[in-house]
Ligand binder design. Structure first.
Ligand code: GSN
Length: 221
């Protein structure tokens, strides 16, 4: 038997946050080792832990896994959060890839220099409100079920809640035009494992603060 998964990343959201969310939703306890400075990152690179010399790294079931999507695919499959057949999985993949594209914009916003923020904000919110959220609102409307795919919780639901909450941090009324996403948010937030993860003191990370940006950048560049 392996112990708890161990996550290696900086003490912030970045690419590790969807992994934290998925483990938490699956009810899996995990431990974290924070990469605090460039030397910590270099040490992992030198000791051969990082297949492509990049983070995130997750030690899980005797493996040293890298590549965010590979890690999420493994956890989702292991914990039955990846649909019941090939077609459900294909739908989940499409939805989740769209969510990754929006997530990339949301994640990047906090790290941008002041003179790029306004333009990026407008683009990010235009995509959230006019490209991505309408799709998920329509999915819920068309099938009338509680979850995005197959009427059972999947990784797509978990990741959608994560990006809804991130988008609301930048624009609190971002769901104003999406009543079904509002009820989806309330419903998924109330699933016991997720509810627990949303409580203060959990391993969920906060939005990057201005004063943390240069520290994070200095680790990788
Ligand atoms: O999704 C993934 O895990 C990879 N396709 C990308 C991983 C990645 O870019 N990791 C960064 C740090 S996390 N934030 O972006 C990284 O390790 N950068 C250093 C480098 O040499 O690429």
């Amino acid at each position: 038997m392996s112990g708890k998964p161990r996550l290696h990343y900086f003490n912030g959201r970045g690419r590790m946050e969807p992994i934290r969310w998925l483990l938490a939703a699956a009810g899996v306890e995990f431990e974290e080792t924070y990469v605090e400075k460039k030397e910590d990152f270099k040490k992992l690179q030198k000791d051969g832990s990082l297949l492509f010399q990049q983070l995130p790294l997750v030690e899980i079931d005797g493996m040293k896994m890298v590549q965010t999507r590979a890690i999420l695919n493994y956890i989702a499959t292991k914990h039955n959060l990846y649909g019941k057949d090939l077609k459900e999985r294909a739908l989940i993949d499409m939805y989740v890839e769209g969510m990754f594209d929006l997530n990339e914009l949301l994640m990047k916003h906090g790290y941008l220099p002041a003179n790029e923020k306004d333009q990026h904000f407008a683009d990010m919110m235009d995509k959230a409100e006019n490209r991505y959220f309408p799709v998920f609102e329509k999915v819920l409307k068309d099938h009338g079920k509680d979850f995005l795919v197959g009427n059972q919780l999947s990784r797509a639901d978990v990741q959608l809640l994560e990006i809804i909450l991130m988008a609301e941090e930048w624009k609190p009324d971002v769901l104003a035009k999406f009543p079904l996403l509002q009820s989806f948010k309330a419903r998924i937030s109330n699933i016991p494992t997720i509810k627990k993860f949303l409580q203060p003191g959990s391993q969920r990370k906060h939005l990057v603060r201005e004063e943390e940006v240069s520290k994070v950048i200095s680790i990788f560049y």
